[in-house]
Write a protein of this length. Structure first.
Length: 276
């Protein structure tokens, strides 16, 4: 019976990222829980009920023969138990997946132009790749910034001293607006959100929007800037594109007049920072 209990607990734990996560949520010592899994020990009646309540099963069901228990769990996939075993964050986002219109025509590579939050007065050019994966739209954004002293010195900073960032995120197309949220994957200490106005032309060119986030460094100042996504295509030379990812002065000839105009068109109306 103890062996069946261990196998059944392993099956339930497989729905979570790790056994350590289960132990934290149950507030049960990891070493003691491992003994339950191996069949060396059996939980007290009190702990058995706690474990059953956590996984959404009856205490006696945890001791059923493994094959019978697996069939029981499989029969409840669409029942409340499935929600108990699921990730609440994914469950919260699930309605957005269903409500979001297709982003297929927007998939590909973009240069993102934005006023740099960490180095005010400079334009940050980033490389973005938006793709579809198993029904979801994901993107990756690559940034690199010279230290402020390097910018002030006209790009004198060494390449190895540049700050490199890699953002991972997801995108939704909701009622004629593109919503993108991401996090910095190398440090895990910041998130940003971008809202873009979609293109209603047959070919995608440049997309205007707003981006919110924080500046890097000690201050971590919340900030908002206009942003422009410039479509590059679905098949590009990524090495050459990445070489252009850096900070630019607004008057740099590599930043064309249209980009400068789009980024400079900031207006505050009734306390709101908005774009048309």
């Amino acid at each position: 019976m103890a062996e069946s209990l261990g196998d059944n607990l392993k099956l339930l734990c497989s729905h979570y990222r790790s056994i350590a996560e289960v132990c934290r949520k149950l507030a049960i010592n990891r070493g003691q829980f491992n003994k339950y899994l191996s069949g060396q020990s059996r939980p007290t009646a009190y702990n058995l009920k706690r474990i059953g309540d956590f996984f959404g099963v009856e205490a006696y069901e945890l001791s059923l023969p493994s094959e019978q228990f697996a069939s029981l769990i499989g029969a409840r996939v669409s029942a409340p138990l499935a929600r108990d075993l699921g990730d609440p964050l994914l469950e919260m986002l699930q309605p957005l997946r269903q409500l979001s219109s297709s982003l297929a025509r927007y998939c590909g590579y973009y240069f993102e132009y934005a006023n740099c939050m960490s180095v005010p007065g400079q334009i940050l050019l980033s490389l973005v790749h938006l793709r579809e994966e198993r029904g979801s739209y994901l993107f990756e954004r690559q940034e690199r910034q010279e230290p402020a002293s390097g910018v002030a010195g006209g790009g004198a900073g060494k390449a190895e001293d540049w700050v490199r960032c890699r953002y991972l995120g997801t995108a939704f197309n909701l009622q004629d607006r593109l919503f993108l949220i991401d996090y910095e994957s190398l440090t895990g200490n910041e998130m940003s959100q971008t809202v873009l106005i979609p293109s209603f032309k047959s070919r995608i060119g440049r997309l205007n929007g707003l981006k919110t986030g924080v500046s890097s460094g000690d201050l971590r100042t919340p900030a908002c800037t206009r942003v422009v996504w410039d479509y590059l295509g679905t098949d590009i030379n990524r090495v050459n594109a990445y070489r252009q990812v850096m900070l630019y002065s607004p008057d740099d000839p590599r930043i064309d007049a249209d980009i400068r105009q789009r980024l400079a068109g900031a207006r505050i109306r009734d306390g709101l920072f908005a774009i048309d």
